[in-house]
Design a binder for this molecule. Structure first.
Ligand code: ZN
Length: 160
């Protein structure tokens, strides 16, 4: 087995492994349980290793590079867009800076900065319209657990 890439983000490593497996490569995430023992020392451990057999290293490296550079990204017109509630336009996008000033102010107050995590939950799922600059919050249709159950039920209809 050879290392394709190291990452300090657990979900990022899982996403890369899933991508490689979807392309019929025998990919595994090494050090998964070891590194997760102590998140504060994740850099000391070197992060998570995405590993493939030596014979698949070249193809895996190419896919990893395409993943990192965004070459595998869907075209903008192929993505679903929410409709703007004010002008009904479809030129909407995720707001990249949803009230960052509130988090910054909370961060300045030291221990109260932890509250920014709690308040931050209220600042997620924010969208903005490129046409009229309207901003709003769109809640997910279901919780992550419910969506995961639906997906697993669709993949394994016998277990549902
Ligand atoms: Zn609008």
């Amino acid at each position: 087995m050879r290392c394709v890439e190291r990452t300090c983000d657990y979900l990022d490593g899982l996403a890369l492994v899933a991508l490689l497996r979807a392309n019929d490569l025998d990919a595994h995430l090494f050090d998964e349980n070891f590194v997760r023992l102590d998140w504060l020392q994740i850099f000391a451990y070197g992060g998570f290793r995405v590993m493939v057999p030596l014979s698949q290293l070249e193809m895996a490296s190419g896919l990893a590079e395409a993943y990192r550079t965004g070459a595998l990204r869907f075209a903008e017109e192929e993505c679903d867009h929410s409709c703007c509630p004010q002008c009904s336009g479809l030129e909407t996008e995720w707001n990249p800076r949803p009230r960052d000033w509130v988090r910054f102010v909370l961060f300045l107050f030291g221990p109260l900065g932890l509250l920014s995590l709690v308040f931050g939950l209220g600042f997620t799922h924010r969208l903005r319209c490129r046409t009229c600059h309207h901003r709003w919050r769109e809640r997910p249709v279901a919780s992550f657990g419910e969506l995961q159950s639906r997906a697993e039920g669709a993949l394994n209809p016998h277990n549902a």
